[in-house]
Design a protein around this ligand. Structure first.
Ligand code: 5GP
Length: 198
């Protein structure tokens, strides 16, 4: 029998260093029927990143072309680079019944919230800004100037927490992973309502 149920759209944001990427990677290993959308970006590829898996790495001209052709659901500039979500990837998967997770910054998340009313927004944070700074500095994927920019941005992003449906505090990784998994599964089953801090 054909399954006509559409997938659900989740948006995950949070300051750089709060652990979003690791949490999403690990939760996806444990969940069936969920996919992370692969964004386009003009940022330089980091060591170990694979084109088409972590991002589609494109030029600024290509990015502008996608905006002009209305191929992005949302896009934002983040610390000097552009990032965007492809309409086609998201709509095709949702139509096929796959739950999609967009891991995007707060500006992109606010655009999605405006146009896709049933998207569910999750904010991943940590309660200690000092820890956030330590994690960012420990990453060694960015130079000192870039780390400074990301820290400034992280502080700005924390102000958006209130616009999200659910806040997951990642002070303890395993707890946060458990909470994230619970929220995703419950929302798909339609059993979890309300504004919550996990
Ligand atoms: P990074 O450079 O560390 O991979 O990502 C920087 C920020 O851009 C992160 O907050 C990440 O979630 C966000 N980001 C990644 N893809 C997108 C996207 O398609 N749209 C928007 N608005 N932000 C994105």
């Amino acid at each position: 029998m054909k399954n006509n149920k559409k997938g659900k759209l989740f948006v995950v944001s949070g300051p750089s260093g709060a652990g979003k990427s690791s949490l999403i990677k690990d939760v996806l290993r444990e969940l069936e029927n969920f996919k992370k959308s692969v964004s386009v970006t003009t940022r330089a590829r980091r060591a170990g990143e694979i084109d088409g898996e972590h991002y589609y790495f494109i030029s600024i001209e290509e990015f502008k072309g996608l905006i002009e052709n209305d191929e992005l659901i949302e896009w934002a500039a983040y610390c000097g680079n552009y990032y965007g979500t492809l309409k086609k990837t998201v709509s095709e998967n949702i139509e096929r019944g796959i739950n999609m997770i967009l891991v995007i910054d707060v500006n992109g998340a606010m655009q999605v919230k405006k146009i896709m009313k049933d998207a569910y927004l999750i904010f991943i944070t940590i309660s200690d800004l000092f820890q956030l700074e330590k994690r960012l500095r420990g990453r060694q994927t960015e130079n000192i100037k870039k780390i400074g920019e990301r820290l400034k941005k992280a502080k700005e992003e924390l102000m958006y927490e209130k616009h999200y449906d659910c806040i997951i505090v990642n002070n303890n990784y395993n707890e946060a992973l458990k909470n994230l998994k619970y929220v995703l599964i419950s929302k798909v089953k339609g059993e979890f309502n309300g504004h919550t801090e996990c």
